[in-house]
Design a protein around this ligand. Sequence first.
Ligand code: 5GP
Length: 246
Amino acid sequence: MGDFMLILNRGKVKTVLEYTKDQVFIRFEDDVTAFEGAKKESMKDKGSINCKISTIIFKRLGESGIKNHWIDTNGLATMRCHKLDIVPLEVVVRNKAAGSICRQTTIKKGTEFNEPLVEFHLKDDSKGDPLLTPDRMKLMGYDPYTFISITNKVNIELIRLFNLINLDLVDFKIEFGYDKNGELVLADEISPDSMRLWKAGTQESFDKDIFREDKGDLLAAYRTILKDLERLDYLPYLDSEKNKKE
Ligand code: 5GP
């Protein structure tokens, strides 16, 4: 697929191309970035691996009744998705403490939360993706509880899925958009770039912290996740004939 299609958005590791008036292609590039783009590398096949992992996850969430933008994945590193009106928020869920919550508070890495924490951040690198309060969200025109209700369901499904492959879901970030009926729908990608996964019962990373902290072979970890998810035979990552004809 060339760039003859209109580029709607070129992100740090993904490009969104207009396919029809209602659909987009999301192409996963072979890049990995951290610290708001300050650290960057190119890794062959990383795009297709993350595309396949995201595909498996969106498909699984869809089967569990969680509406998301994914339609199908035909190209190696490209998902076809419904076009959405993207909400400029990052919704972060934390089951255990790691990353910014440890840097910004006195909470120790690995602390387990009885109830998952759901946080909202403004999606704006130039402002450092600041943490929002529910009141600020309401003033921006968003109802936090609509987001929290979907997000909690996503968390339950993802914890279950990763437990099946012996990984603890520490935290993750998701994004949303409104579809043409005004319904809030899960968007973007869900991959080890946007979550922390620790080998069950340990703090061994299988996610982008390997790259952030220079502590091993990122692609090897992502490949292991993909292989293990593909082994769950009820989760083929390619879409059915039915959806392709939609
Ligand atoms: P933290 O707040 O510790 O930086 O991030 C919490 C979780 O959300 C981590 O799993 C992290 O990878 C994810 N996350 C936070 N911000 C971003 C972002 O801008 N892009 C991506 N891909 N993931 C993010």
